[in-house]
Write a protein that binds this ligand. Structure first.
Ligand SMILES: [Zn+2]
Ligand SMILES: [Zn+2]
Length: 178
């Protein structure tokens, strides 16, 4: 028998000062409302979080560095277990597939959890557009706005050292013309 208490439900918005601090700490700015729903269920020493995050962030494009809007509308469900040793007695639930974070403090910082989840939901390389031309590597011109006058760098072939390398001692095979 599991001791499952009533799930605790929370909802946070940008009105919550600490939530603003979370985004400031992550060096992120958002446009418009932030909405986070969180439901916490405890089963013995295991704490299940089920959350939903909806926010429109302002992120710099990874190619042209222009600010762009990036929508996050995702669910997350981290699991925490109280205790130090991750390989102690097996829990009755099948937890093998769950990604569990162990904690040995008496309390969990919800702000920290949200900060981590937001970090996980961020794109590695945000792009303003799949066709973003990025910046010129020589003069820094945003190539989406206009072309620059820098010469296009010709990629160096890995075989360029073979250029002008004369092969001697082999017979030239004459092609027969039909
Ligand atoms: Zn871009
Ligand atoms: Zn240039």
């Amino acid at each position: 028998m599991h001791e499952i208490k009533e799930p605790l439900s929370f909802s946070f918005s940008e009105e919550n000062g600490w939530l603003k601090a979370v985004f400031t700490h992550l060096k992120l700015s958002f446009q418009g409302p932030v909405s986070i729903g969180l439901e916490i269920t405890k089963d013995k020493d295991i704490i299940f979080f089920q959350g939903h995050l909806k926010v429109s962030l302002t992120l710099p494009c990874s190619r042209c560095v222009e600010n762009m809007a990036y929508e996050i509308d995702e669910f997350f469900s981290p699991v925490f277990a109280h205790g130090k040793d991750p390989h102690r007695e097996k829990a009755e639930l099948s937890l093998e597939d769950l990604d569990i974070t162990y904690f040995d403090k008496d309390e969990i910082d919800v702000g920290e959890i949200i900060e981590e989840q937001v970090g996980l939901l961020l794109p590695l390389k945000p792009l303003c557009s799949e066709r973003c031309q990025g910046l010129c590597s020589a003069c820094g011109q945003n190539l989406n706005e206009k072309r620059c006058s820098c010469k296009k760098e010709v990629p160096v072939s890995p075989f360029h050292v073979l250029k002008g390398f004369k092969v001697t001692g082999t017979k030239k095979i004459k092609k027969k013309r039909s």
